[in-house]
Unconditional design. Structure first.
Length: 407
């Protein structure tokens, strides 16, 4: 209990008597309230009670102000946090979501309020994970895990989440709070790194095989040349030797593609005009794709020059065009486009093999049926092909991959 202090202050500001009470906020003295009297006297009990009531009201007001300030600070911190924050009731319905939640998930937080996370987050699609999470939080434990979802545009995202129970003063669980840390970029970089490691290993393997085959093919090629010198038509062996030479030439071309993929091929980069290469190859490309496919070229004006091996650039273009042609057996449109692009630091940080700065883009588009995620996962692996037996080597796109990486 607060005990008032009284005293005589004769001659000071015409105050003869004072009643002083402390202002307590959360058990701490934050100030005082004083009641003065001009005459020298003892304050009555009713006056003391009044002073107590005033002090209590002021203390309550100060406590409320402190709570409001703390709430404003907490709200500002949560609203401006980089991590998503979602609060649900005990039934799992969302009662609050911060702006970062909206930015990460692409879901309007206003519309999300009142809804259920299973309608927003893909975690609900895995009953085992969902059951584990709810068993943890309803038993008063904290759950941690990773799950994926899709924003309003269909773009996937990955988050690391921590879900914890919120208790009241008597220990009852009244809410659950979940934090969402956006791991999309980290997961994508990890995927790219693993893919790069896999392709590097495949490249070393392919390069080693190609090198050994090249040595064997050199012997075969030289031997056929020597045999041809000693033969004349109509010798029956002439055609057989010719078939051997043609087969060794085809095998040599395959090994060169493997060497391109493994980056062991000797290249001679020099300044080039990409538009000129496209224009020079257009007539040949039209013959390759046939009459059922329309070739459209969209070449940017004032295209920046590039530094690359011209033979390799032609090889890239030919492989992409052949691949596009095979994707449109019933005909369609094949578009070759060039453009100047500038990659910023953010883009380069998100793509392992890219460098920021000025680049020239070559795009080859077709109107075929496209490919599924399974095919895309193996797209650049050597010898991977969706074509029938004898219709493709599976080296076209892997060669493109190897050339682009070193260009």
């Amino acid at each position: 209990a607060r005990r008032p202090a009284t005293g005589d202050h004769q001659g000071r500001r015409s105050t003869a008597s004072s009643l002083l009470l402390p202002l307590l906020v959360d058990g701490e003295i934050e100030g005082s309230i004083r009641m003065d009297a001009a005459a020298r006297r003892v304050f009555t009990s009713s006056e003391v009670d009044l002073a107590h009531r005033i002090a209590d009201q002021v203390s309550t007001a100060l406590s409320r102000i402190r709570l409001e300030e703390a709430q404003r600070r907490l709200t500002a911190a949560v609203e401006q946090a980089a991590e998503g924050v979602m609060i649900t009731d005990t039934e799992g319905h969302i009662v609050y979501a911060n702006p970062a939640f909206e930015q990460i998930t692409g879901k309007d937080r206003g519309k999300a309020t009142g809804g259920h996370p299973r309608d927003l987050l893909r975690i609900a699609q895995d009953p085992a994970v969902r059951s584990e999470m709810w068993q943890s939080v309803t038993s008063g434990q904290t759950w941690q895990g990773r799950f994926a979802g899709e924003d309003g545009d269909g773009n996937g995202y990955t988050v690391d989440s921590t879900v914890s129970p919120v208790r009241n003063q008597v220990g009852q669980i009244v809410n659950h709070v979940a934090t969402l840390r956006d791991m999309t970029r980290e997961v994508e970089l990890e995927r790219q790194f693993q893919q790069a490691q896999k392709m590097e290993a495949l490249g070393r393997l392919a390069g080693g095989i190609a090198h050994d085959f090249n040595n064997l093919l050199t012997v075969i090629h030289l031997s056929t040349r020597l045999l041809e010198r000693g033969l004349r038509r109509p010798d029956p062996l002439w055609d057989h030797v010719g078939h051997i030479r043609e087969a060794s030439d085809r095998a040599a071309r395959l090994t060169r593609q493997l060497l391109s993929f493994s980056r062991r091929e000797v290249v001679e980069p020099r300044p080039l005009r990409l538009n000129q290469i496209v224009e020079d190859l257009s007539r040949m490309l039209k013959r390759i794709i046939g009459e059922d496919i329309e070739l459209v070229t969209l070449l940017a004006e004032d295209l920046w020059p590039i530094k690359a091996d011209p033979g390799q650039i032609e090889q890239v273009l030919m492989n992409l065009v052949v691949n596009a042609r095979d994707a449109m057996p019933g005909g369609g449109t094949l578009t070759i486009e060039t453009a100047n692009v500038t990659l910023d630091e953010e883009y380069a940080a998100f793509h392992v093999d890219s460098q920021p700065g000025e680049h020239v883009m070559l795009t080859v588009c077709d109107t075929g049926q496209g490919m599924d995620h399974e095919v895309m996962a193996h797209l650049f692996e050597p010898f991977f092909t969706t074509k029938g037996q004898g219709q493709g080597t599976g080296l076209g796109l892997s060669t493109v991959f190897g050339i682009v990486r070193i260009s």
